[in-house]
Design a protein around this ligand. Structure first.
Ligand code: G16
Length: 542
C-alpha cells in the first residue's frame, strides 16, 4: 500500500476553543481542512509512532467520513494500533474510559458536543491525552502553532474499512480493532454504583425517563437502564441520528423539551434526565422539579459516601469559576478544599491526576469524577439514582433538605447567542476597563467586594491562564460573571451568570428569575448588554 504525501497550505482558524476545534460541517468539508488539523495533531505528539490511539465520535453527520480519513492518516503516520468504536461511535466519557483501560497513548474524539448536527450543523475534533482527559493548553497551543505552518500531510491509499463489525484488521502496518464502545463503559459504571440497590428501587415502582435526544447515549442508556437495571421503556429518543432528529442536543430546559413536558406533567415520573450529543453533559429533573447543575454538584458532594465508589470520602472538589458557590459550602463543612478553575474540563485534569479533587462540576450541565477525565452524563444520572435508592426520598425533598442545611444559591445563566463578535468583544473590553477601582462602589443595595478578570494558577503545574471571565462579587455573597463562550461557531455568544445566596429557609421557594431580578437588572446596567448585543432578551435562560 502507498503512503501519499499531499501538499497543503495552512488555514488560519484552527485554534482549538474551550473543547477542541469546532466549526460548521461545511468548513470541515473544505478540501484539506480536516486533514491539516489531524496532521497537526500527529506532528505535535512526541513519540506516537507504534502507539495505540482510541478513535470514535458522537455519530453526527460527517463522523463516518472523518473516521475513514483519520484511520488512513494514522496508518500513514506510523500509529501502531487504533481502537475504534463500532460504527465509529463512542461517547466522550466512554472514550476517556477506554483510553485509560487500554493504557492508550491518547485518543481522537469527533464531536461538537451539544451543538446541532446535520449537513448544515456543526462538527468538531479534539485530542485527549494518556490520562483520558482533554489535551491541556500547552498541547492545544502546539497543535495550533503547527496548523499555522503546515505544508503537507500524509495519508494511506486504501479502501474504506467496514466499521460495523467487531473485527481486528490491518490498514497498512497499523492494526485496527473495531470494539464495542458500550461494554467497557457499562462495566466501569457497575464498579462504582450499587446496581442491585437501584434495580430494587426500580422494581418497586420507581419511574424514570432518560432522554438521549437522538444522540450518542442511546445505546449506552438502553444497555444500562433498560437491560442492566430493568427499567423497561425508560429511554426516550434512544436512536442515534446523524442530525439528532433535527433537534439541538443540549440537555437544558429549553432544548430537552420532550423530557421537560413529561417531567412537568401531572403524572410525571419520579426521575428524569437528559444527555447531550456526545454524552458528557446531563440534566437532572425530579417530578415537577429542576435541579440546577450547580446544585447537583453540591448534592452529589454532600451525599457521596452513600455511593460504593466514593464511600471512603472525597479528597477535594472542583468547580469552574462561573458555577455557583453551592458546592463551596459543602466542601467547607466536609473540611475539604474546593478548587475554582476556568471554564473547560481540561482544567480539572491536573487536580484529578494529583488526587486533589475527586468530584468536579460545571454550571454548563457537566459533572464528573476521577473515574475518567471527562465529564460524564450517565455517571451523574447513576449517582443520583444510587442516592435516591439509599435515601428513599424524592429528588425535590433531597434538594430542599440540602438548601435547609447549606442555604440556597439562586443561580441562572443568560445566553445571548450569535451576536456580533466585534460588539461583544467591545462589551467585554469596556467592562475590563471598568474593574480597577470598582471595589467599594455601591449599586442600589449592592456593594462591590471585588471585581476582576479571572486568572487561574494551576496548583499542580503552576501554569497561569488569564482573562477567563469578568467577575463582580458583592458583599452579600452574590455575584455576576460575564464571559464569551469558547464553543460557539457563529458570531459570539455572551454568557451572563447571576448568583445570590439565601440562608433563610423561609425564602427558598421563590421563582429563580424573580429572585435574581435585581442582580440581572444591575448586570444590564453595568454592561449595557442591550446596547451592545442589540437584543432585548437572552436567547436561552438556564
Ligand atoms: C465544553 C467544555 C466545558 C464548558 C462548556 C461551555 O463542554 O468541556 O468545560 O463548560 O464547553 O463552554 P463555553 O461556555 O466556552 O461555551 P462541551 O460539553 O461543549 O464539550
Amino acid at each position: 500500500m502507498n503512503i501519499r504525501t499531499v501538499s497543503t497550505t495552512p488555514f488560519s482558524d484552527q485554534k482549538p476553543g474551550t473543547s477542541g476545534l469546532r466549526k460548521s460541517v461545511t468548513v470541515f468539508q473544505t478540501p484539506h481542512y480536516l486533514e491539516n488539523f489531524v496532521q497537526s495533531i500527529f506532528d505535535s505528539l512526541d513519540g506516537c509512532e507504534g502507539q495505540t490511539i482510541v478513535l470514535g465520535g458522537d455519530g453526527r453527520y460527517y463522523n463516518r467520513q472523518a473516521i475513514q480519513i483519520i484511520l488512513k492518516m494514522a496508518a500513514a503516520n506510523g500509529i501502531g494500533r487504533i481502537l475504534v468504536g463500532k460504527g465509529g461511535i463512542m461517547s466522550t466519557p466512554a472514550a476517556s474510559a477506554i483510553i485509560r483501560q487500554y493504557k492508550a497513548y491518547g485518543g481522537i474524539i469527533l464531536s461538537a458536543s451539544h451543538n446541532p448536527g446535520g449537513p448544515q450543523g456543526d462538527f468538531g475534533i479534539k485530542y485527549n491525552i494518556t490520562s483520558g482527559g482533554p489535551a491541556p493548553e500547552k498541547v492545544t497551543e502546539a497543535i495550533f502553532e503547527r496548523s499555522k505552518v503546515i505544508n503537507r500531510y500524509k495519508i494511506l491509499e486504501a479502501d474504506d474499512l467496514n466499521l460495523d463489525k467487531l473485527t481486528v484488521t490491518r490498514l497498512g502496518e497499523m492494526s485496527v480493532e473495531v470494539i464495542d464502545p458500550v461494554e467497557p463503559y457499562a462495566r466501569l459504571m457497575e464498579s462504582l454504583f450499587d446496581f442491585e440497590r437501584i434495580r430494587q428501587l426500580i422494581k418497586h415502582d420507581f419511574k424514570l425517563c432518560v432522554d438521549s435526544m437522538h444522540a450518542v447515549t442511546g445505546p449506552y442508556a438502553k444497555d444500562i437502564f433498560e437491560k442492566r437495571l430493568g427499567a423497561a421503556g425508560s429511554v426516550l429518543n434512544g436512536e442515534p441520528l446523524e442530525d439528532f432528529g433535527g433537534g439541538h442536543p443540549d440537555p437544558n430546559l429549553v432544548y430537552a423539551h420532550d423530557l421537560v413536558e413529561i417531567m412537568f406533567a401531572n403524572d410525571a415520573p419520579d426521575f428524569g434526565a437528559a444527555s447531550d450529543g456526545d454524552g458528557d453533559r446531563n440534566m437532572v429533573l425530579g417530578n415537577n422539579f429542576f435541579v440546577t447543575p450547580s446544585d447537583s454538584l453540591a448534592v452529589l458532594t454532600a451525599n457521596a459516601t452513600l455511593v460504593p465508589g466514593y464511600k471512603t470520602g472525597l479528597s477535594g472538589v472542583a468547580r469552574s469559576m462561573p458555577t455557583s458557590e453551592a458546592v463551596d459550602r459543602v466542601a467547607e463543612k466536609l473540611g475539604i478544599t474546593c478548587y475554582e478553575t476556568p471554564t473547560g474540563w481540561k482544567f480539572f485534569g491536573n487536580l484529578l491526576d494529583a488526587n486533589k479533587a475527586t468530584l468536579c462540576g460545571e454550571e454548563s450541565f457537566g459533572t464528573g469524577s476521577n473515574h475518567v477525565r471527562e465529564k460524564d452524563g450517565l455517571w451523574a444520572v447513576l449517582f443520583w439514582l444510587n442516592i435516591l435508592a439509599v435515601k428513599g426520598e424524592s429528588v425535590e425533598a433531597i434538594v430542599k433538605d440540602h438548601w435547609k442545611t447549606y442555604g440556597r444559591n439562586y443561580y441562572s445563566r443568560h445566553d445571548y447567542e450569535e451576536v456580533d463578535k466585534e460588539r461583544a468583544t467591545e462589551l467585554m473590553d469596556r467592562l475590563g476597563g471598568m474593574l480597577d477601582g470598582m471595589a467599594g462602589k455601591k449599586f442600589a443595595n449592592y456593594e462591590v467586594k471585588y471585581a476582576d478578570d479571572f486568572s487561574y494558577s494551576d496548583p499542580v503545574d503552576h501554569s497561569v491562564s488569564k482573562n477567563q471571565g469578568i467577575r463582580i462579587g458583592f458583599t452579600d455573597g452574590s455575584r455576576i460573571v460575564f464571559r464569551l463562550s469558547g464553543t460557539g461557531t457563529k458570531g459570539a455568544t455572551l454568557r451572563l451568570y447571576v448568583e445570590s445566596y439565601e440562608p433563610d429557609a423561609n425564602k427558598h421557594n421563590l421563582e429563580t428569575q424573580a429572585a435574581l431580578k435585581p442582580l440581572i437588572d444591575l448586570a444590564q446596567e453595568i454592561a449595557q448588554i442591550k446596547e451592545y448585543t442589540q437584543r432585548d432578551e437572552p436567547t436561552v435562560i438556564t
